[in-house]
Design a protein. Structure first.
Length: 493
């Protein structure tokens, strides 16, 4: 999918193609977290233990991490309509298979297929947006996109809590199927091709290194526990080594212009800073998404539905604020949003370190809303600034790398908070502390770790410019970032 650099002004309106892609992306990304509340039901129906049942979420994340690195290459070589049809077709097949799964193994296969389709939608949406929307309108349009990329994961547990209150876990797929089918049909009727696909062979060695490397990295991070450290560390080290080999292979392939993931996006300083900020912010969001339900259900005695309803206002506030954040970005630039947003993220996580068995629910609600609103203030400008710093022919690779690191950050965030919490809890219990008090202290420490890490978000926010200094004036244009010299490989005479 080759970018058309002459994107016309949309007058701040979201183009129809983007609306359709946002709707489809929301539906597919929702499924990444929709099974979190279904673990007890799966354990009962398939007679599996909790560790095995967790795989319905883990395998989705693993597949996303393994497939997304391929999407940069894929989107440049197929038309928009074909990419959309393949992504949604694969997602529908996976959803149908999951709904009728007779065994747990078939359910896992269905989730793998689902994730394969989902992995394409996010980079497709971001690449198309950067191509068809003029720079002066991107903030508002990107604000509308926030609904799909940020709110959908937060709303998954809420929706599943509501459904599971009255129906089987299979209805989580049965209800999604007709909605996804209608979105696919409508989108395919209205969608138009953007740009012309390029030609080029795929490097299967890169595919293998990416799948095994990112897959091992995410899987290793997801397996950390106080009683299981050695094997996850080995998996993470192996994953990092394979990712390093993948990176070296891409640098080699860049000489003939056909890398699977073009690492020259990292030469743009604004993009790299945005990448770091987004990864840490996503880590903080997913970490809190894991800890809060554990706290509310295990220590405060709330049901899955009550937990979902308590965190729902934060997710809704995040989505509703997106368009307003976009308008502010278009008018004033990113710094007025990203710096206060990053400070708000750290403040909210620091506030969660004060949780107790008697903390009023309104305080928890206020902290969660502060976290979600702060993330919204950071996400929209950072996405726009980061991708806007790249030349058009690197949009698909930039969005692909962003999506990949989101999955790694999600796994790392989950591993961090669970490992810190469980280790602290175990230590205190062995020292004679009551189990509930020990777990509460472990959760406080885990939130504290997230808060300390989020200070990096503030540092990156301060370093970001108000607006992207994109030097992409042609398909071979340089990546100009602040005062940095463009890479020789990207300069077109």
């Amino acid at each position: 999918m080759r970018a058309d650099i002459s994107a016309p002004s949309t007058g701040g309106k979201t183009p129809t193609v983007i609306r359709l892609l946002v709707l489809a992306t929301f539906v597919v990304i929702l499924n990444e977290t929709i099974m979190i509340n279904a673990i007890p039901s799966l354990m009962h129906d398939f007679e599996v233990d909790e560790q095995a049942a967790q795989w319905v979420s883990t395998v989705f994340m693993l597949t996303m991490a393994a497939v997304i690195p391929v999407t940069g290459w894929f989107l440049q070589r197929v038309t928009t309509r074909r990419a959309y049809a393949i992504a949604m077709g694969v997602f529908l097949a996976g959803t149908a298979l999951s709904a009728i799964a007779p065994t747990f193994e078939v359910l896992l296969l269905g989730r793998v297929v689902q994730a394969g389709g989902t992995a394409v939608m996010m980079p497709l949406l971001m690449t198309t947006l950067m191509t068809v929307v003029a720079e002066q309108d991107r903030g508002k349009v990107m604000g509308n996109v926030t609904l799909a990329i940020s709110v959908a994961p937060a709303m998954g547990p809420v929706i599943s809590g509501l459904v599971l209150q009255w129906a089987s876990w299979r209805w989580l797929f049965v209800l999604v199927l007709p909605i996804a089918g209608a979105v696919t049909y409508l989108g395919f009727r209205k969608l138009e091709d953007i740009g012309e696909p390029q030609t080029g062979d795929i490097d299967w060695a890169s595919v293998a290194f990416a799948a095994l490397g990112f897959g091992a990295l995410v899987y290793g991070l997801s397996k950390f526990s106080p009683d299981n450290v050695a094997s996850p560390v080995l998996l993470v080290v192996a994953g990092i080594a394979l990712v390093a080999v993948f990176a070296l292979r891409q640098i080699q392939l860049q000489r003939n212009g056909s890398p699977l993931m073009d690492l020259r996006v990292l030469l743009a300083g604004t993009y790299t800073k945005s990448l770091i900020l987004m990864s840490i912010a996503f880590l903080a969001m997913l970490g809190s998404m894991m800890l809060l339900p554990l706290y509310l259900q295990n220590l405060r005695g709330l049901s899955a539905l009550e937990t979902g309803l308590l965190v729902m206002p934060g997710g809704l506030a995040m989505g509703l604020l997106g368009p307003t954040v976009g308008k502010i970005f278009d008018r004033f630039g990113g710094r007025v949003l990203v710096i206060p947003g990053s400070i708000g993220i750290t403040a909210a996580l620091a506030g969660f370190t004060q949780i107790s068995l008697t903390m009023p629910y309104w305080q928890l609600l206020a902290l969660h809303i502060l976290l979600m609103v702060s993330l919204a203030a950071a996400f929209t400008p950072v996405f726009t600034l980061g991708l806007g710093a790249l030349p058009p022919h690197l949009y698909s690779h930039g969005s692909s790398m962003l999506g990949t690191l989101q999955q790694v950050s999600a796994a790392f965030g989950t591993a961090l908070v669970i490992t810190v919490m469980a280790t602290r809890t175990k230590t205190l219990v062995e020292g004679g502390t009551e189990p509930i008090a020990a777990q509460l202290d472990g959760m406080r420490l885990a939130f504290g770790f997230s808060a300390v890490l989020s200070v990096v978000v503030i540092v990156m926010a301060v370093l970001l410019p108000a607006r992207a200094a994109a030097g992409a004036h042609g398909h071979g244009g340089p990546v100009e970032v602040e005062d940095e010299a463009p890479a020789p490989e990207l300069v077109k005479d």
